[in-house]
Design a protein around this ligand. Structure first.
Ligand code: NDP
Length: 388
């Protein structure tokens, strides 16, 4: 029996890795919807190759280009945020949520509300709307499968175990490209240096998040929602080789780890076939060649984003949404050359200090908090000495 799939963020790094696996197992999967933001040309190419029922661009100005690029194919074209949500409601058996940023939240929530299986890569949506999202999973009976390599590792290590027998969960972090940089060196880094991750090939935003280690902070909040063992049982260790993707220690002091090459196709494959397994073309793990695995404690002084995220998770309420919104805005400004690398965490910290609304009680409320946090962050950035 074929499984029907929809891929949100199909033209991105995770989306393309997912389609690469589908390409390898064409007989097992059928594509319902593929989406992008504005990249109509690549989206149309993918829609033709995989014979998608519908292709959706979030950016309405890309609609004409999409229609033209799909001319003569059987794929329907659509555009705009409402079309994105409608595509998520089409009832695919399995949906990949791989839009970057909080922009992915509405279709992700719609896919969850549809009660099927959602493979979640879009960490910003879970960080921002964690309580609302987990309540929707509970209500709809949807199956939420974590795609992020760390959470996927934890999910696999928990198979057959019981969460109430977990003593500690340890998320591993590569430490990013600036792991050994001094603060002075970090002050001067460029966007090109920040997106050049030593182990993983990823989109620009998550690459910068890895460089500031905000990515690990966001993952801590993700883990807090996905694996409710309590924040004091969630730990982070820097592991520069990115071979161990995370670990679960049980009460008997037995620790289970999941290992693999740093290739997103491996965790994606585990969600695509779950609860079965499918083959991938990924590199096998050659431990003799890697020869040593190293570990060190994270440095909270050079990477303050880690503490900001932990404090936000402890505060709960609107804090994680504000953290995420300010970070999205600051990362975009850094990538555009408007602020420096170290300004990113400062902007997030000052936004959190200057804005403390009540906990979001609905998605609409959450979006208003998100929008206000973004405008706080932008006005803070305008006051920075070297803001362009
Ligand atoms: P990319 O930047 O490579 O791709 C993002 C995708 O989202 C593209 O298809 C893009 O379309 C689409 N998109 C961007 N903005 C919008 C918007 N406003 N509305 C609708 N669609 C939009 O990102 P990644 O694939 O690297 O990451 C995707 C998500 O997965 C992120 O949340 C990231 O944190 C998470 N993740 C990524 C990993 C990785 O290895 N890359 C690992 C673990 C998690 P277009 O091409 O048209 O711009």
């Amino acid at each position: 029996m074929t499984r029907s799939l929809s891929i949100f963020g199909a033209t991105g790094s995770v989306g393309l890795s997912t389609l690469d696996l589908v390409r390898q197992h064409r007989d097992k999967y059928r594509i319902v919807a593929l989406t992008a933001n504005g990249n109509a040309a690549d989206l149309a190419k993918l829609a033709r190759e995989f014979d998608a029922e519908i292709a959706v661009v979030a950016d309405e100005t890309a609609y004409a280009a999409l229609v033209e690029a799909l001319a003569g194919s059987s794929t329907k074209a659509a555009a705009g945020p409402v079309a994105l949500v409608e595509a998520a409601q089409m009832g695919a058996d399995w949906t990949m949520a791989a839009i970057v940023g909080c922009a992915g939240l509405p279709p992700t929530m719609a896919a969850i509300e549809a009660g099927k299986t959602v493979a979640l890569a879009n960490k910003e949506a879970l960080v921002s709307a964690g309580d609302l999202m987990m309540a929707a999973v509970e209500r709809s009976g949807a199956t939420l499968l974590p795609v992020d390599s760390e959470h996927n590792a934890i999910f696999q290590c928990l198979a057959g175990g019981h969460i109430d027998q977990v003593r500690k969960i340890t998320l591993t972090a590569s430490g990013g490209p600036f792991r050994t940089f001094s603060l002075d060196q970090m002050r001067a880094v460029t966007p090109a240096q920040a997106v050049a991750h030593p182990n993983w090939d990823m989109g620009a935003k998550i690459s910068v998040d890895s460089a500031t280690m905000m990515n690990k902070g966001l993952e801590l909040i993700e883990a807090h929602h996905l694996f409710p063992v309590g924040l004091d049982r969630l730990d982070i260790v820097v592991h520069p080789q990115s071979v161990i993707h995370s670990m679960v220690e049980y009460v008997d002091r037995s620790t289970l780890a999941q290992l693999g090459s740093p290739d997103m196709r491996i965790p994606i494959a585990s969600t695509l076939a779950w609860p079965a397994r499918i083959e991938t073309n990924s590199e096998p793990l050659d431990l003799a060649r890697i020869s040593k695995l190293e570990f060190e404690a994270p440095d909270l002084v050079r990477f303050p984003a880690l503490q900001l995220a932990r404090t936000s998770a402890e505060q709960g309420g609107a804090a994680p949404a504000i953290l995420n919104a300010a970070n999205e805005v600051a990362v975009a400004a850094f990538l555009n050359g408007q602020i420096g690398f170290l300004d990113i965490a400062n902007v997030v910290s000052s936004t959190l200090d200057g804005y403390s609304p009540n906990a979001p009680h609905s998605l609409e409320h959450l979006f208003s908090i998100d929008a206000a946090a973004r405008s706080h962050a932008k006005s803070l950035m305008e006051k920075l000495p070297h803001a362009a």
